[in-house]
Design a protein around this ligand. Structure first.
Ligand code: ADP
Length: 300
């Protein structure tokens, strides 16, 4: 998904019908799919985005943002009569927020656009999908990838409790955070032990591997071909803004699966932890994602 982010910082959140003065306003680029794609591109992956924006100022700016980051935009379509997806965010001095997301053009991505993207989809090495577009669209992309032996990563976010079971069987790697795992399994996920249990349950639904991210606790990895779950701790860092950390992790994972396919999944997770750990030490979402040149050579 693409989202144009419009963020205000204010002493408090306004009440219904109220107008208040804020301290700061800024715009940015967001949306899970777009964030993940930008992180992979910043690490040096050859990336292409499939999606839809409006034929408006925001859509044009988003396409330019992709081009500036070296992402192929041949499969980014523009809807003439619907606005680009947007998120209006107010953050108060306590760091609490109120957010309205309008999916807009994202929901118009459908069979025709997927058909037009087929040559790109079938030639790629790794496909990464989320749930911010119509679920049947993500499902169709995953099916196409499977038919063409493309490795699939599925990020069930935002999570829905009644996920189509085919999402699991079509995922080589299912990667989600604690709250998503909680919604999918119906059980609380707070500790590493909980995460091990949830990973086992999700793996049992038919995916090739499960990666469950746990913020500062790192992640848990479980593969169908391996017997045990592994906890991969995150490096201890001082986090200043964790927005989009999961997307940084996923973009890094996709990069490693495409460019270092022989690495054990646990090692990919260790490196993705490192990269997402760098992203939380700076403010912003895509702006906080490290590039290859910002990272130690041992990660490549
Ligand atoms: P999401 O952004 O989806 O909520 P998480 O909070 O699980 O995802 O974070 C994803 C990854 O980002 C973690 O697995 C970890 O690698 C890194 N990360 C997030 N928060 C921190 C933190 N406070 N310290 C170090 N790493 C972090």
């Amino acid at each position: 998904m693409f989202q144009w982010l419009l963020q205000c910082q204010a002493p408090r959140l306004p009440k219904a019908g109220e107008t208040i003065h804020g301290h700061r306003f800024f715009t940015g680029f967001g949306g899970k799919g777009a964030n993940q794609c930008i992180q992979a591109a910043k690490l040096g992956a050859r990336t292409a985005m499939v999606g839809k924006v409006g034929k408006d100022f925001f859509g044009d700016s988003y396409i330019q943002n992709f081009k500036d980051n070296g992402v192929n935009t041949a499969c980014v379509f523009q809807a003439p009569d619907v606005a680009t997806g947007a998120a209006s965010i107010v953050v108060n001095d306590a760091g609490e927020n109120a957010i309205v997301i309008v999916a807009g053009a994202n929901l118009l991505l459908g069979a025709a656009e997927l058909q037009a993207s087929l040559p790109a989809l079938s030639r790629t090495t790794v496909l990464l999908c989320q749930l911010e577009i119509r679920p049947e669209c993500s499902l169709q992309a995953l099916r196409t990838a499977r038919q063409h032996n493309v490795k699939t990563i599925f990020n069930p976010a935002p999570a829905v409790p009644d996920l189509d079971p085919d999402f699991y069987t079509l995922s080589d790697v299912l990667c989600c955070n604690e709250s998503e795992a909680e919604l999918l399994t119906g059980s609380p996920v707070a500790t590493v032990e909980d995460a091990r249990r949830a990973s086992g349950e999700l793996l049992g639904r038919g995916c090739g591997a499960v990666l469950l991210t746990m913020g500062a606790q790192g992640c848990v990895v479980l593969e169908a071909k391996g017997a045990a779950t592994h906890h991969v701790p995150a490096p201890a860092v001082t986090a200043v803004d964790t927005t989009g950390a999961g997307d940084s992790f996923l973009g890094a994972l996709a990069f490693y699966m495409a460019h270092y396919p022989a690495l054990p999944l646990e090692e990919m997770a260790r490196r993705a932890n490192h990269i997402a750990g760098v992203s939380v030490q700076a403010v912003g979402t895509q702006a906080s994602y490290p590039s290859r040149t910002d990272l130690p050579a041992e990660l490549f």
